[in-house]
Design a protein around this ligand. Structure first.
Ligand code: ATP
Length: 241
């Protein structure tokens, strides 16, 4: 493990009425202690997961549009609004790693096409544009992820089939086994969240708190849906309030 603590520098906050401090989970944040090699951020859409992940990426020196330290290209020009208001505490510090944003991965692939002169050595030997969305994600994970590093991933499941999500879990397992890698992953996937011995941080109810796997909405709603699909759908489609 490398990143141990994320602290919000509350004294510097200009206004609690403007983004990103208007987001309840961010407004109430004090410090987050990271205890495991794998930490998940979960919560409803708009609860602040990406905002915090992007701020961490900025403080790590990664391109906030996606990539590592050496991937300099412009897509998401605004940068992180929260980055300058958090402090990261490391033991020891790592500078190697990657920030994956599913939504801007296309631009990252284009950037690589422009700058790569290694025959896409770190990406499976083929331009990411010539691989399917899911294949290119997995190529990145298999080939580019190595050594001591921190990986910040925003909804990596977006392109992955359930089977590939399991393959991805195997990669996380292998990379974290010798304490060489740390992952912070914002996800809605009930499969990924089942990764053993991970911390799950919920951004719901206006605060960031640890939550058990079986207590997440993702687990409970998926389980209920799979077990009672017809009744569940009948309830949702019914006209009655
Ligand atoms: N650049 C911005 N300016 C103003 N508000 C923003 C900006 N980016 C995000 N927001 C708002 O901040 C809130 C948190 O957004 P964020 O993307 O962090 O949520 P999230 O938990 O990652 O959601 P999702 O699960 O949908 O990805 C949302 O209400 C969003 O509309």
């Amino acid at each position: 493990m490398f990143l141990k603590r994320i602290t919000l520098l509350q004294n510097n906050i200009p206004s609690y009425y403007q983004y990103p401090f208007s987001i309840p989970s961010i407004k109430s944040m004090n410090e987050i202690i990271l205890k495991k090699n794998v930490t998940f951020f979960v919560g409803e859409n708009g609860s602040g997961k990406s905002t915090l992940l992007e701020a961490i990426a900025e403080k790590c020196g990664f391109n906030t549009a996606g990539g590592g330290r050496n991937n300099s290209y412009e897509v998401h020009a605004s940068g992180s609004s929260l980055g300058e208001y958090i402090r990261l505490s490391w033991m020891p510090k790592v500078t190697n790693g990657f920030f994956l944003r599913a939504e801007s991965f296309y631009h990252f692939a284009s950037h690589l096409d422009e700058v790569d002169d290694t025959g896409f050595r770190d990406y499976g030997g083929v331009s990411l544009h010539e691989q399917s969305h899911g294949e290119s994600f997995l190529s990145l994970f298999i080939n580019r992820f190595q050594g001591e590093a921190i990986y910040l991933l925003d909804e990596p499941e977006a392109a992955l089939s359930p089977q590939r999500q399991l393959s991805f879990m195997r990669i996380i397992h292998d990379l974290t086994q010798n304490d060489e890698a740390q992952f912070i992953i914002a996800t809605h996937s009930p499969i990924l969240l089942g990764f053993p011995d991970a911390t799950i941080l919920s951004f719901d109810n206006g605060e960031i708190t640890e939550i058990g796997y079986e207590d997440t909405d993702h687990y409970q709603i998926t389980k209920y849906f799979l077990q009672h699909r017809e009744r569940f759908l009948a309830e949702i489609f019914s006209d009655e309030e």
